[in-house]
Design a binder for this molecule. Structure first.
Ligand code: AGP
Length: 615
């Protein structure tokens, strides 16, 4: 996610903003910028690169003076990382400046209208559209900045945390939030604004957290004013005395980045839907697919190349694509594919999946496929990454930076994007009638709230982890859509707890692994009601008769497996093809808690890197 910082007070803003941006670097970013106001002059410095580069650039450009300013670290969503797309953005007149964290979904329509009214755009960002919309309203309605901001925000759809400045009213900053975090630090004759409290905690522990749909007017000459964006109703400021340490703030109050990212999944899935899943209109919009729809529809087969967790997401997609598109799908380890002189060529579609967008084997697989004439579609989480740039087209997961080495929200948002693609293409191919499509997109839309419900079982899941954290070996079993989740659950456990864990299709147990089962072996079994249930129950009975310990992931209300298993974790009812996004959650939490109980470093497990950029 982007990071924003604002300052208005009696100190020099330059170092406060730079240090504040450094405090937000943990959020991940690709470019940075700042604006300062000093005696009639509004100066902006921006750079593709790190906050340190921005400091040097600001000093070189002499943009260091001023007791009012704003800064931004950009995690690109619209427009590749470069100086032009970096924030702050100015309005056409140069009078207004903005920094923004979030996604304006209807920016294209607003941009077209503003262009028709003579506005010019220099960047590819949705943010530049917002600042010019504010300017247009201010000039047309002849209103002050705060009213123009409020009127503009009532016309945008999407998520935002913004700071806005008007050169003609230099004692004021206006800030607002909807769906993106924002904190206001209240000091002695000074105000701080930031994405979280880490940039200002050393200056003041007095914080105001705006609610979604609220805006604040910070002014040197008067008390802070907070209003509802929709109704303009004034809200009494509520100041909180912060007691969090800096490190706790960066982790959002969670003990580890991995746990924070597990809990971010409802929001991350919502962000993956944003602008794409249109349930009311009964459609799915995906620009990257629509621009090459003929290629997708003409593809005789789909090859998926990835590594690790992303490979598991590809395996889930094999079941989803073959169910709804009825064309063959092959999922390849990128490292094998690239050296096998694979049979792939014109007319074939290769989908590359990668959270980092920098995995060497996956990048090499893409280049191999392109050299043989295949069309490559990349699914990444990092905008402007090597894989994103090397692919012919693609879609971003918009999960926000994933800091923990163990991939969690990347996995669920990858499956979300792949499901959106499958349903869109099934509709385009007329494989799917209105009623089925409507049902499936409603099921898809219900996922974030169902993940939220699952997270509420965390304490119970932690209790289960205390029973099994001393195990030396474990088995994970699943069938159909949940066979890949068994593999993913095993990977999660082994990579952060160092317990030996193997995932298998449940029916494969009889072909070898059953020899391993004894009273010391925990077996994690995914037994959803619509997933070959009776067959899985038989597998559970086989395990039980050999004294294996059974931890089952079941559909809410299950009684048959509950009578057999040592522990049951219930997931809400969901379409089976979408159940992997739910069944993986308890397995993520189990791995996390078992690793913590074993004293492991869950965010940086031994021998592992977040992105394997070398072979
Ligand atoms: C999974 O938890 C690991 N971090 C690892 O397997 C990872 O999924 C793999 O290295 C692929 O990374 P990518 O998605 O960035 O390409």
């Amino acid at each position: 996610m982007c990071g924003i910082v604002g300052y208005l007070g009696h100190r020099e803003a330059f170092n406060i903003i730079l240090k504040g941006l450094q405090r937000l670097e943990y959020r991940g970013y690709d470019s940075a910028g700042l604006m300062l106001y000093e005696g009639e002059t509004l100066s902006v410095s921006k750079t593709k690169g790190k906050v340190f580069d921005l400091k040097t650039k600001g000093q070189t450009e002499g943009n260091v003076k001023g007791s009012l300013g704003m800064g931004h670290t950009r995690w690109a969503t619209h427009g590749v990382p470069n100086n032009v797309n970096a924030h702050p953005h100015l309005s056409n007149s140069g009078r207004l400046a903005i920094v923004h964290n979030g996604i304006i979904e209807n920016y294209q329509a607003l941009k077209t209208t503003l262009e028709q009214r003579g506005y010019t755009f220099y960047s590819d960002t949705d943010t530049e559209v917002l600042i010019n919309l504010i300017e247009e309203i201010q000039q047309k309605e002849q209103v002050k900045l705060s009213k123009a901001v409020r009127m503009a925000l009532n016309r945008v759809v999407g998520a935002y945390a913004i700071v806005v400045f008007d050169h003609s009213n230099p004692d004021q900053l206006v800030t607002a939030r909807m769906g993106s975090p924002l904190a206001i630090g209240v000091g002695e004759d000074e105000f701080f604004i930031a994405s979280d409290a880490s940039p200002f905690i050393e200056y003041t522990s007095n914080a105001i957290y705006l609610e979604d749909g609220e805006m604040a007017i910070l002014d040197r000459t008067k008390a802070i004013e907070i209003r509802k964006i929709k109704s303009n109703k004034e809200v009494d400021p509520f100041i909180t005395e912060l007691e969090l340490s800096l490190e706790e703030i960066e982790k959002g109050g969670y003990e580890h980045f991995m746990l924070k990212e597990i809990y971010e999944q409802p929001r991350a899935i919502k962000d993956t839907f944003r602008g794409r899943l249109r349930v009311e209109e009964g459609l799915i919009k995906m620009a990257g697919v629509e621009q090459h729809l003929h290629t997708f529809l003409a593809a005789k087969r789909i090859v998926i190349a990835a590594c690790g967790t992303s490979w598991h997401a590809g395996l889930v997609a094999e079941y989803i694509f073959e169910t709804y598109l009825r064309i063959p799908v092959e999922v390849e380890y990128a490292s094998e594919f690239r050296y096998r002189d694979p049979i792939i060529g014109p007319g074939d579609l290769l989908i590359a999946i990668s959270q980092s967008g920098e995995t060497a084997d996956t990048l090499a697989a893409i280049k191999m496929a392109k050299s043989k004439g295949a069309f490559v579609f990349g699914i990444c989480n990092v905008v402007g990454s090597s894989i994103a740039r090397e692919s012919h087209a693609g879609a971003y997961t918009h999960a926000g930076p994933e800091i923990g080495v163990a991939s969690t929200k990347a996995f669920t948002t990858q499956i979300t994007v792949l499901t959106l693609i499958a349903l869109k293409l099934a509709r385009e191919k007329s494989n799917m009638g209105d009623a089925e499509f409507k049902h499936l997109i409603n099921e898809l839309e219900s996922l974030p709230s169902k993940v939220e419900q699952l997270l509420q079982q965390d304490a119970y899941i932690k209790e289960i982890a205390t029973v099994y954290h001393k195990a030396e070996h474990s088995l994970y079993l699943g069938r159909g859509f949940n066979f890949p989740v068994a593999l993913e659950g095993a990977l999660k456990l082994k990579e952060i707890s160092y317990i030996h864990a193997e995932g298998y299709p449940a029916a494969e147990m009889k072909h070898g692994p059953i020899a391993l089962i004894d009273e010391h072996m925990p077996v994690f079994v995914i037994a959803t009601r619509k997933g070959h249930y009776e067959k899985v129950v038989s597998n559970i009975q086989e395990i039980k008769s050999r004294k294996g310990k059974i931890i089952a992931i079941v559909t809410k209300g299950d009684q048959q497996v509950a009578a057999l298993a040592d522990h049951c974790i219930e997931i809400p009812e969901i379409e089976e093809s979408m159940s992997p996004i739910l069944t993986t959650i308890p397995l993520q939490l189990l791995a996390y808690h078992m690793a913590i109980l074993r004293g492991c470093n869950v965010d940086q497990p031994r021998n592992l890197a977040k992105s394997v950029t070398v072979e």
